[in-house]
Design a protein around this ligand. Structure first.
Ligand code: G3I
Ligand code: 9MR
Length: 587
């Protein structure tokens, strides 16, 4: 235990007669840190009976009582029904390390107030992608302790029967090296890569100056390009190799069945490219159109890339127009083609949103009317089908188009409906943060906030939507609520975990991540775990045992086999750094 911690705990005991008892109050707080002028709250699980409401004290590392105050009335967590209360200590602004004492007991809970508390987390969340690189050695000085040999050269990949054409019959060997492993597994998926690149490149465009200064210590760091764009190019170049000669795009590059939990350089399974799908073509087209725009200033480093990406985007979009209903249906594909493929699906049976996003990006890039007309038509189809605002996830990318169009259309007023739709979508959640939330958050107050990957697709994404709302309106409430979402991820939540590996006093230690599991140094830092998932699709596999009757917001296991609650992925990590960088850039 740090010396300062001992002092703090001892100080609490001395000053307030704190008794070090086993039943320390359970406190839930952002375990990484607060900005000096940030709204600051923590939650006490179990609530506080009336007579003790006033006895909350915060003690500095020097042992001084620097804050004393009251809790909120005890409330019931709307998801679990458990009693709790919230303490607002926002008026404590001095930088430093502190300990909380409640009811005369030291909570052993420390927190920090610092100038740029999310800077290092943002850097580690970005560097996580370097660790995910396929087909290359991860070496010092870039590995920062996690060096490993290359795996999956992917220079001898077979065309699967489902993807056979006259020009490339079944068994044709193609080369499709590079790119990022998708997640805890070693496969590479175009749909999820496309979504990830969309969020990535849009995050860059929101704060280019910030990313220009973010040094990642990757092999490309000496190039005259922001490191975060250089890292993304490693995956974009792989994506380009997944386009067939007819413009179509293979859905994924995969072994037939998931690898074991072994090192990449130990993997020997045959790898395939499978079925060209409409969704893959459109996510690819959107990515390449967006990339052609974003990388245009860096042609010196990437000569010819803009023209290549523009042409690839147009050909993929044309293929999708000619093949508008080719869906990835793995069970059906396996009935027809061998070998059977049993890895991740990223299946999507409605592609109006992918058509919309790809048409928007091509319209912004080229200015061609045909793409604008197409976008309008697909927007109508989406509105008729959904009738409500749907946050963006890998299988529903319409909002990426809405937001990018908002940020690039000459007249925001023309898109007033999109903006008003975003603000209308957010308001109920923002209200809940201060009316019913156990964790003072616009996220986590409803049962359906919890599902596979919810830390990203629910919490981080709601924070990113708030950042866009703040950018569009300048209303401070959106920045406050974006930070509240981050507080939830970093510890002010039902389980008390800081859901980012390598961070917090209660970090994720055993993610479902083959690279971490097979490395002598173990868990790699900067990865966001999927989060509580009451569907528990992994229950009963590999010893995954969830506690009985655990509420939805606690249905999480920091246990390697638990892929449904504790995996890590590229599409989740991009939302983590998009949120933390977006907030850090505002400081
Ligand atoms: O969005 C709905 C939500 O509205 C609903 O309330 C909730 C409960 O029914 O379900 C939510 O949908 C879930 C969806 O994830 C959310 O994105 C589905 O139930 C759930 O089946 C789906 O799981 C996907 C999982 O593969 C299984 O298909 C995850 O999104 C997806 O991230 C994950 O992807 C895997 C790759 O296939 C392989 N690589 C690892 C990667 C991460 O686990
Ligand atoms: O490791 C796989 C993970 O990446 C996927 O998200 C998950 C769901 O498709 O499947 C994991 O693989 C497991 C397989 O589904 C069942 N047998 C155990 C495998 C390793 O946990």
């Amino acid at each position: 235990m740090k010396k300062s911690t001992i002092i703090l705990a001892f100080a609490c005991t001395l000053l307030l007669g704190c008794k070090q008892t086993a039943s320390n109050p359970e406190i839930r707080i952002n375990q990484v840190g607060f900005r000096p002028l940030q709204e600051k709250t923590f939650t006490i699980i179990g609530g506080i009976s009336g007579e003790y409401r006033g006895n909350v004290v915060i003690v500095s590392a020097e042992g001084d009582t620097v804050w004393q105050g009251v809790t909120s009335e005890t409330m019931l967590n709307p998801v679990s029904g458990k009693p709790c209360c919230v303490v607002d200590f926002s008026d404590l602004t001095a930088e430093g390390d502190y300990t909380i004492c409640v009811n005369g007991q030291s909570s052993n809970c420390q927190f920090t107030i610092a100038d740029h508390p999310y800077r290092e987390l943002t850097r580690k969340a970005l560097r996580a992608f370097y660790y995910q690189r396929a087909s290359m050695d991860i070496v010092e000085p870039f590995a920062e302790g996690y060096e490993r040999k290359a795996g999956h050269p992917d220079d001898h990949v077979l065309v699967h029967a489902s993807a056979a054409t006259a020009e490339r019959p079944e068994g044709t060997v193609i080369s499709s090296p590079g790119g990022w492993y998708d997640a805890g597994d070693y496969n590479k998926y175009i749909v999820n890569s496309g979504f990830t690149m969309g969020v990535w490149l849009m995050a860059y465009e929101l704060n280019p100056d910030y990313y220009q200064t973010m040094r990642l210590n990757i092999p490309e760091s000496e190039q005259p390009v922001p490191d975060m764009l250089a890292e993304a190019m490693y995956n974009i170049r792989w994506m380009l190799t997944m386009q067939d000669t007819d413009g179509g795009v293979y859905h994924k590059l995969t072994e037939a069945n998931f690898e074991g939990f072994i090192r990449p350089d130990e993997c020997q399974k045959t790898r395939y490219v499978v079925l060209k799908t409409t969704a893959a073509a459109l996510d690819f087209a959107a990515t390449m159109a967006l990339a052609a725009r974003v990388y245009a200033p860096f042609e010196v480093t990437y000569p010819g890339f803009v023209a290549q990406a523009t042409d690839a985007a147009k050909r993929a979009y044309a293929w999708a127009e000619a093949n508008p209903e080719v869906y990835y249906d793995q069970p059906k594909m396996n009935e027809q083609f061998k070998p059977e493929i049993t890895t991740g699906a990223y299946d999507d049976f409605d592609v109006h949103d992918e058509f919309y996003w790809a048409a928007i990006e091509l319209a912004i890039l080229t200015g061609e009317k045909a793409y604008k007309v197409a976008a309008t038509e697909h927007a109508k189809a989406i509105a008729e089908a959904n009738g409500q605002y749907t946050p963006s996830v890998w299988g529903n990318v319409a909002e990426l188009g809405y937001l990018d169009w908002l940020m690039h259309s000459e007249d925001i007023a023309k898109n007033k409906t999109n903006m008003e739709a975003l603000l209308e979508h957010l308001q109920p959640y923002i209200n809940e943060a201060t009316t019913v939330s156990a964790f003072h958050s616009p996220y986590g107050n409803r049962e359906d906030d919890f599902f596979w990957g919810c830390n990203s697709e629910g919490c981080c994404w709601r924070g990113i939507e708030c950042l866009y709302a703040y950018r569009l309106t300048g209303d401070e409430k959106y920045r406050i609520n974006a930070e509240r979402c981050l507080n939830y991820i970093l510890g002010q939540n039902a389980t008390g975990y800081c859901y980012v590996t390598g961070f917090g006093s209660k970090p994720v230690c055993h993610p479902h991540h083959r690279l971490s599991y097979s490395h002598p140094k173990g868990t790699h830092p900067g990865f966001l775990a999927g989060g509580p998932n009451p569907m528990r699709q992994d229950a009963e596999t590999d010893g995954v045992q969830y506690p009985k009757d655990v509420p939805a917001d606690e249905s999480y296991l920091d246990y390697q086999p638990s892929y449904a609650s504790n995996e890590v992925t590229i599409n989740w990590n991009v939302t983590l750094f998009a949120l933390t960088a977006g907030l850090d850039a505002l400081n």
